[in-house]
Design a protein around this ligand. Structure first.
Ligand code: PLP
Length: 361
């Protein structure tokens, strides 16, 4: 199996696997005062320091959660308290479901949020919490978050940034982004599923916890932290994947595919390929039969394939049902690209898709 679905879950890195086993050998609970508890606490605090220095954030502002979904929900619950919500049109369901009443901030045809629209939305009305993701999970589009942060500051608004797909793939510097909070997720960084973090800026207002429990994480998130999953969650770099991603795109374009969102800054590992005339589900199944794992849009929910709100917001109504997401993991190699190119060309020829488009172009 050639795994090209890293945005659903990265393969666990060997160092993270070793750290999980090491952490599981510890018997203590980080909240206990005895020696075993203190050893667990040391590991927890070391992970907090490592993440803080990797993304230039104050470790004291890092709240460990069960994953990205909880980090987004916690941000909206805690920072959105008493504020109106404004949410980017291409945000992940983790944000959308936690902010069902939010006003939508539109994006352009490449999936980039429009600063003028943000200005207009913030110009009138009570204080707001804006949610704008750093990188999109379906297209890889990178948002101008630092610009949005300064617009928000000018209008007294807070900014929550879902950095789940960005961390580990592009440099993330929390201090220079200037957001109020960032969400991270371990299994998108090559760690195991079951851990994530909300990274709060030093000036983030205190708000109510989503889960109060026993007051862990300085009262900001109750529950015993998942130490083995947290132990080695650290962003690496995926810059080297851009060349492989470009080769995948070239192979697909030669078969008549279109790259959606190609004109915006993007993650180096992600491409959204629409093949006119071929249903996304059919493509995913055909590639799976050829031993290639990709997905149709955001496949991190229940495995269902539903209409992509991301591609719809970018104006791709017809092509949305014909687009697949290819997302390269940290372990991808040139041979994976060759295998993809062969399988994709065979699929496009068999489905008779894209060829008309290729001839017309
Ligand atoms: N935010 C984005 C952009 C995502 O892509 C995902 C998962 O795919 C999440 C949040 C949810 O993260 P988790 O699976 O850790 O709950």
């Amino acid at each position: 199996m050639i795994y090209l679905d890293a945005n659903a879950s990265e393969p666990v890195r060997p160092a993270a696997r070793a750290a999980v086993l090491e952490a599981m050998a510890l018997v203590g609970n980080p909240a206990s005062v005895h020696g075993a508890g203190r050893a667990a606490r040391r590991l927890l605090e070391a992970a907090r320091e490592t993440i803080g220095s990797a993304i230039n954030a104050d470790p004291a502002g890092i709240v460990f959660t069960s994953g990205g979904t909880e980090a987004d929900a916690l941000a909206i619950h805690c920072l959105g308290h008493g504020r109106r919500l404004i949410v980017g049109a291409t945000e992940h369901d983790a944000v959308r479901a936690a902010a069902p009443e939010a006003v939508i901030l539109p994006v352009d045809g490449n999936g980039v949020a429009r600063p003028d629209r943000l200005e207009a939305l913030l110009a009138n009305g009570p204080p707001a919490l804006v949610c704008l993701m750093l990188a999109n999970n379906e297209t890889g589009t990178v948002q101008p978050v630092a610009d949005a942060a300064s617009i928000c500051r000018r209008h007294g608004a807070l900014l929550h940034v879902d950095a789940v797909q960005a961390a580990g793939r592009i440099p993330v510097d929390a201090a220079s982004l200037g957001a109020t909070s960032l969400a991270l997720s371990s299994h998108k960084l090559g760690g195991p599923a079951g851990a994530g973090a909300l990274v709060l800026a030093p000036d983030a207002p205190a708000g109510p916890a989503l889960i109060a429990g026993g007051g862990q994480e300085r009262g900001r998130r109750g529950g015993t932290p998942a130490l083995p999953a947290i132990a080695k969650a650290r962003p690496a770099s995926a810059a080297a994947l851009a060349g492989l991603r470009d080769a995948i795109e070239a192979a697909a374009i030669a078969c008549g595919a279109q790259v959606l969102g190609a004109r915006a800054p993007r993650l180096p590992n992600t491409t959204c390929l629409a093949l006119p005339g071929a249903k996304a589900e059919t493509q995913v199944i055909a590639l799976d039969l050829a031993g290639i794992a990709v997905s149709a849009g955001a496949a991190c929910s229940s495995g269902k394939v539903s209409r992509s709100h991301v591609l719809a917001a970018m104006g791709f109504d017809a092509l949305a049902g014909e687009a697949i997401r290819v997302s390269l993991p940290w372990s991808a190699a040139a041979a994976d690209v060759d295998a993809f190119a062969t399988a994709y060309a065979a699929m496009a020829a068999r489905l008779g898709a894209g060829r008309l488009a290729a001839r017309a172009a």
